[in-house]
Design a protein around this ligand. Sequence first.
Ligand code: C2E
Ligand code: CA
Ligand code: CA
Ligand code: CA
Length: 277
Amino acid sequence: AKRNGRNGFCFYDSSMTEAASKRFNLLEQLNQALKNDQFELYYQPQVNTETGRIVAAEALIRWNHPERGLLAPDQFIPYAEESGLIAPIGRWVIEQALRDISRWHAMGYTLPKVAVNFSTQQISDLIVAEVAEILQCSDADASSIEFEITESALMENPELSRKVLQALHQMGISLSIDDFGQGYSSLSYLKQFPISKLKIDRAFIRDLEVDENDRAITRAIIALGKSLKMTVIAEGVETENQLQFLKEEQCEELQGYLFSRPVPEEEFRRLMEKSSG
Ligand code: C2E
Ligand code: CA
Ligand code: CA
Ligand code: CA
């Protein structure tokens, strides 16, 4: 593409306009998706390592695109984050998770927690009042949801993050660090946030069987979590060998394809039924 001093790229470069209009189109479609209720939450169980019972679930967004079918979050969440649309989409996710939790309660299912992913762009002063308002309109309790935030999202603005997370924590919402171990941050910051759970990044779990370093890191994270009185969960558990290792190391909770893929809400209810029965 041709460089131009001020804006970086010239408007008349045909490949750029194509990319730009594609992007514009996607944003337009995301707006439509919000209006037309095309998003859906899938749930993936989190199980207690000892009992194998479902103790929580992670809510993962999907987009039922009218032409392209079911889209995974990697295909649209980055654009939503870039464009600011993550705010209304994130709001929808929290509201939908609370609706599902209320429905489950009404049907007699009890699930301690649903974890909802929370982007950097959602960490703002505004979110606190917004979440309070959403909770007020819901039958479900603040303690029934948990926000998963990546280490790097927290460290983008530690001051603001601390303020926002404290406020959410005071509301009764629990907080979990996603993709833990991938970040560049020092461990000392951990004490400064009201965090109750560490989620070991999938990258470390993937190669447990072959990589001694990954085993060492996983052990260290489990020990760290224990000493800080946080729950430790491993994600991306796919094999019996990984399960065995994590059991021996007393990792408290597990999540991964070995137990279940993320599934639609009705299917998740069946999983809860089997788990309690
Ligand atoms: P994440 O938060 O790290 O979520 C875990 C991802 O790993 C999910 O992909 C899940 O389906 C996948 N996974 C679970 N178990 C296994 C396993 O055993 N093996 C392998 N290979 N993968 C496993 P998914 O649903 O495609 O989500 C991708 C990412 O999109 C998430 O990564 C999260 O960062 C983002 N995301 C999903 N839903 C939301 C949302 O509602 N809001 C925001 N802001 N981000 C979301
Ligand atoms: Ca997550
Ligand atoms: Ca993760
Ligand atoms: Ca991730």
